[in-house]
Write a protein that binds this ligand. Structure first.
Ligand code: BGC
Length: 762
């Protein structure tokens, strides 16, 4: 049956579970331990593993793409058509990759239909396998349940990074988790906690920012939000090295030292694991020329040994086969699978070929390339995850309720969009705009749903042309707030409207994309868009430049090369703000919301400065420029408000657990506002070269007009640790003895004064 009856499924499942493998209610006492919902997940998994054949175990190690099943089930999923894949191989998991849904083209993309079809797959797995082991369904819930038409999409992570608001991130992910579970998606491949350090990178916007402390804090909040749903697992990704490739390109070699891995990249994983991440996705790329999917050192010694991760490690899409096809690390699939599984991959995302993978693993076991103990360990981890997340005890959802998610969370999405919108320049207090201002809105992003939502939205590279997906564009958001908004799609039309225009809003940026196809060789505002903005400026009317993009773009001719002056009177970064994006941006432009967002990355002055991170560029050089080679257009942490604040000077006090930094803050302006208070540390003397300033903590505080207060930020000693020792050292991370000087306020090149109240000695 293609439209699945939930109640029938639930009844059948209950019967199957109670009867399997040897009795009904009457023999409940003899019920196998794995079917006892009161037993611990590990105990249930151990009991089940003991009952499994090699074929059944190997099946659990594979996750296939739903398209693989749909080839057998073009008219909708039922037990009969799913049997050749789900039943024969007993696959452990099924995913919807980017842009994929659990039904064929032409069938309605609704939450209800998702739930019915996933219920049907689960039913097939329970019904068609000897031990009735349900599959666990996964999807990329990276900014909401992105493949489902009508579900609310939130700003992508980089926008959320600008909010510096872990509570907001947690709440969004809790909402996204509810939407996912309503469709019976029980595994979210999120969050991405890689660092955004190179604007070339096609996945730059999937990161929360360039700074380890910021990414660790928001990544952990994201995990907490997803994992707060007892029926959902998160997957922190992509461990490790993603985004650090030498040329900046997706999945090119991350030629990084252990020090860079340990000091910069690992902290976010440590924090996400401590926050309860159930699964970790391995990076489908190389670190120091070693494919991570095949690195026992990284996946086992570091991830399990050092970071104490005890959950499931999943490979990235096709990455185990990639050891064969892409990296030529093995001569055949059997050896590739052995390398990956021995290295520490528990579940393999093998989208297309369950038969080839299971065959390869069984051959590897027969040839003693993989010990049975390792197979059992991986299967036990996967089954423990399933037991812990209710996959056995609550395998189905009520599909009739799933459509309730449609349009839910709109208010939260609007708040998130406003909290992520960064005002970077506001000459002559052009913003906030008057509620009745005669605005002319123009630019390629102004009315583009695609540009508003970004990648991973119904389609992998962004909203497909024929999609009915909706979002509030900037044009629509401004028009909702102000009846005098005129939309002029073309440059000539916009310029001709100058006489009736108080100000222009030019919405610019590149179209969205994802992963490698979205790598940008020249992350600069396209020349025709620079020309559009110059033409608007030439009318003499003020211009608000709103950038909708995956990354901060160099502004080219809009910045005077000698003076550094920026042409548009106002510059606003709106990232990929999501379903309610236009309303959130309008809230900031008209002042319904006082902007509080701060850049989570550095904004490069030139396209050539794409490697823009402040941590790298404030290390000493011979370039002669003060503050190293860090010469951004807008520095990390930049962002304006419609009120005025004073921050500092700080006082720091050592405690057994770390340092308490007290920051006096005041709102000296006339409007209430939320202030992001960063804490940077400097080391006047250090045995290894450390960045001049490192973010080690932050908080947000609400201040009424005229209000002042002291905020305290606890910085654990571990945040100050770096890998000490020489290049051939023992890789030990520790807090070097000496002075640590704490400061708050905007990131500047000047070192803070040593010896004052902000100094702590260790
Ligand atoms: C991406 C992952 C994603 C997976 C499944 C891969 O191409 O690298 O981030 O979770 O596809 O869609």
């Amino acid at each position: 049956m293609s439209v699945f009856n939930h109640r029938a499924v639930a009844a059948a499942a209950t019967a199957v579970l109670l009867l399997a493998p040897g009795g009904g209610a009457a023999v409940a006492a003899a019920r196998p331990r794995y079917l006892d919902p009161t037993a611990a997940p590990q105990a249930r998994a151990a009991d089940l593993v003991r009952r499994m054949t090699l074929d059944e175990k190997v099946g659990q190690l594979v996750q296939i793409e739903v398209g693989h099943v749909l080839r057998e089930c073009p008219n909708g999923i039922d037990d009969g058509c799913a049997r050749p894949i789900v039943g024969t191989y007993g696959v452990g998991s099924i995913l919807s990759g980017a842009g994929s849904a659990p039904f064929g083209s032409g069938q309605a993309n609704t939450p209800r239909h998702w739930a019915e079809q996933i219920n049907a797959l689960v039913h097939a797995s329970i019904n068609d396998t000897r031990l009735h082991i349900p599959i666990m369904y996964g999807a990329d819930v990276v900014h909401g349940h992105g493949n489902v038409l009508g579900d609310t999409l939130f700003p992508h992570n980089l926008g959320l990074g600008a909010s510096y608001d872990p509570a907001l991130v947690r709440d969004l992910q809790r909402a996204a988790a509810a939407d996912a579970v309503a469709t019976n998606v029980r595994w979210a491949f999120a969050p991405d906690v890689d660092l955004a350090v190179d604007t070339i990178w096609g996945r730059y916007y999937e990161s929360f920012g360039e700074d380890p402390t910021l990414v660790a804090t928001l990544g952990a909040a994201s995990v907490r939000g997803l994992e707060s749903n007892p029926l959902l697992a998160s997957s922190v990704k992509h461990f490790i090295g993603s985004g650090r490739s030498g040329p900046g390109l997706d999945r090119a070699d991350a030629d990084v030292s252990w020090r860079a891995l340990a000091d910069r990249l690992i902290p976010a994983y440590r924090a996400a694991i401590a926050a309860g991440a159930d699964t970790v996705m391995a990076y489908d790329g190389t670190v120091d020329s070693v494919p991570v999917t095949g690195s026992r050192y990284l996946l086992t010694d570091v991830l399990r040994g050092q970071l104490r991760f005890s959950g499931v490690v999943i490979s990235d899409y096709g990455a185990v086969r990639g050891l064969l096809n892409n990296f030529h690390m093995a001569a055949d699939y059997e050896h590739a699978a052995a390398i990956a599984i021995n290295a520490g991959i528990d579940m393999t995302m093998e989208p297309d070929d369950a038969a080839a993978f299971t065959g390869a693993v069984k051959a590897a076991v027969a040839h003693r390339l993989i010990p049975m103990t390792r197979i059992d360990q991986a299967v036990a981890r996967i089954l423990t995850l399933k037991f812990a997340n209710g996959i056995f005890d609550r395998p189905y959802v009520d599909a009739a309720q799933a459509d309730r998610t449609l349009g839910a969370h709109a208010e939260l999405a609007r708040r998130a969009a406003a909290e992520s919108t960064v005002v970077l320049r506001n000459a002559g207090s052009l913003l906030p705009l008057a509620g009745d201002a005669r605005l002319t809105v123009t630019g390629p992003g102004a009315d583009s749903v695609r540009d508003t939502l970004g990648g991973w939205s119904i389609g992998w590279q962004g909203v497909p042309a024929d999609s009915a997906v909706r979002a509030v564009t900037v044009r629509a958001g401004l028009a909702n707030a102000d009846p005098h908004v005129r939309y002029a799609p073309g440059q000539d039309e916009a310029v001709a409207a100058a006489g009736d225009t108080d100000a222009y809003v030019a919405v610019v940026g590149d179209p969205p994309g994802a992963e490698g196809p979205n790598d940008s060789r020249d992350p600069t505002l396209p020349a025709d868009q620079q020309a559009l903005v110059r033409a608007l400026l030439a009318t003499g009317k003020p211009v608000v430049l709103v950038v909708l993009d995956d990354r901060p773009l160099a502004l080219g001719s809009l910045v005077d090369p000698t003076t550094g002056a920026v042409g548009p009177q106002a510059v606003v970064m709106a990232w990929r703000p999501g379903t309610e994006g236009g309303n959130g941006v309008a809230d900031v432009l008209f002042g319904a919301v006082n902007p509080s967002a701060r850049l989570p990355v550095s904004w490069p002055l030139r396209g050539a400065d794409h490697r823009s991170g402040y941590l790298d560029l404030t290390l000493p050089t011979t370039s002669g420029t003060p503050g190293g080679t860090y010469q951004p257009l807008f520095p990390f942490g930049a962002g304006l408000s419609y009120t005025d604040y004073t921050i500092g000077p700080v006082a720091a006090a050592a405690t057994p657990g770390g340092v308490t930094v007290t920051v006096p803050v005041a709102n000296t302006g006339t409007r209430a506002g939320d202030l992001v208070v960063p804490v940077y540390v400097s080391q006047p003397v250090s045995a290894v070269a450390v960045p001049r300033k490192r973010l080690v903590g932050f908080t947000r505080t609400t201040l009424a007009a005229g209000e002042s207060r002291r905020v305290s930020i606890a910085v654990p000693w571990s945040r100050l640790a770096v890998v000490t020792g020489d290049v051939d050292g023992d890789r030990h991370a520790g807090v070097e003895p000496g002075a640590y000087v704490f400061a708050s306020g905007p990131l500047t090149a000047e070192p803070p004064p040593v010896g004052g109240p902000g100094t702590v000695r260790r």
